[in-house]
Design a protein around this ligand. Structure first.
Ligand SMILES: [Zn+2]
Length: 154
């Protein structure tokens, strides 16, 4: 089993250039999915402090995450036009609590339920083209701005 200490954790390593937060809240940081990105608007929400999973969250982090998730889902839906918004958390490869927030489009069966995992692997392997990096950043920055507007005090 791989374990991560805070110094080896990509979310805790200040020198990490792959995971750069687009928005910082009291207890949470918002990122876009690193390249290759399957879907524009695929976001990640991570605890500011190193927490191994849901069970390790502190009271204030737990209290805030519901408000942040609802607002992030609204912002992602408004910016991307997605029909639904998925959220997934494993914390396996990177054992620092983070959620994937994923736009689901009714017109694209690759984004539906567990088919999403196949789509993800296809993009990760290079079989299916990823979203252009600049476009992924542009959409993610719009979502971050919308989230900040929805939650100006967090
Ligand atoms: Zn960490």
């Amino acid at each position: 089993m791989t374990t991560h200490t805070p110094n080896a954790c990509p979310f805790c390593d200040a020198r990490n250039t792959v995971h750069v937060p687009l928005l910082e809240m009291k207890h949470w940081r918002l990122y876009r999915h690193a390249d290759p990105t399957p879907i524009a608007g695929w976001m990640m929400l991570a605890a500011r402090e190193h927490r191994s999973g849901l069970e390790a969250l502190q009271d204030l982090e737990s209290a805030e995450i519901g408000l942040v998730l609802r607002a992030l889902a609204k912002a992602t839906q408004e910016v991307t036009g997605a029909d639904r918004i998925y959220s997934i958390t494993y914390n396996e490869a990177v054992q620092h609590f983070h959620l994937h927030i994923i736009p689901r489009f009714a017109t694209d069966d690759r984004t539906k339920s567990w088919a999403l995992a196949d789509f993800y692997r296809s993009v990760a392997s290079g079989t299916t083209p990823a979203i252009d990096s600049n476009e992924a950043t542009r959409i993610a920055e719009k979502i971050a701005a919308q989230l900040r507007a929805l939650l100006p005090n967090l």
